[in-house]
Design a protein around this ligand. Structure first.
Ligand code: PRP
Length: 185
């Protein structure tokens, strides 16, 4: 497991680099099956989705386009409200496009739920969701995930795009952060 020099902060490994690669390849094959006659537009949700987008896009054996969106909750304390602010909007129009939202993780589901609602008025031909990780126990709203990598336990995980205070995103695997790192017990 390649948790490199900061492995001391990782309590346990949830997914290895190899397992993630298998999950990404599985998602890619499913996406290819659904997009044989058109060029999908992959939309990554910054910043966490950078790693999965980079790997998924290169794994896909079909033409595709990529755009990015950055969103933020209205203040940390209101994250659970599901009210989201657009920090960086799309540059490519969704009109008539077959869209795939690419997420690293669906936790409460609030971000995705808001995004799907926001996209509903943009005249896309279809909107699907690819998420590498989902925490079923943490979900507060039911959101459809068309292409899912893995269900994982409701632990504080970092790596492969997922951060704690902006650190650990570059780890090649996903692991549970030691509670001592974030002041937990
Ligand atoms: C993470 C993740 C999702 C969202 C999922 O992003 O990338 O976008 O949280 O959580 P939810 O299902 O509870 O809404 P985060 O807000 O941490 O920003 P980041 O990607 O820049 O780290």
């Amino acid at each position: 497991m390649e948790f490199e020099d900061i492995s001391a902060d990782i309590e346990s490994v949830v997914l290895t680099k190899e397992q993630i690669a298998e999950g990404v390849a599985r998602i890619a094959r499913e996406i290819e099956r659904d997009h044989t006659n058109h060029t999908p537009l992959l939309i990554g949700v910054l910043k966490g989705a950078v790693m999965v987008m980079a790997d998924l896009a290169r794994e896909l054996r079909i033409p595709l386009e990529i755009d990015w969106m950055a969103v933020s909750s209205y203040g940390a304390s209101t994250k659970s409200s599901g009210v989201v602010r657009i920090v960086k909007d799309l540059e490519i129009s969704l009109e008539g496009r077959h869209v795939i939202i690419v997420e690293d993780i669906v936790d409460s589901g609030l971000t995705l739920s808001w995004l799907l609602e926001n996209f509903a008025s943009r005249q896309a031909a279809s909107v699907r969701v690819a998420a590498l990780l989902r925490k079923p126990e943490a979900m507060k709203v039911d959101v459809p995930i068309d292409y899912l990598g893995f269900d994982i336990p409701n632990d504080f995980v970092v790596g492969y795009g997922l951060d704690y205070a902006e650190s650990y995103r570059s780890l090649s695997g996903v692991g549970v952060l030691k509670p001592s790192v974030y002041g937990g017990s």
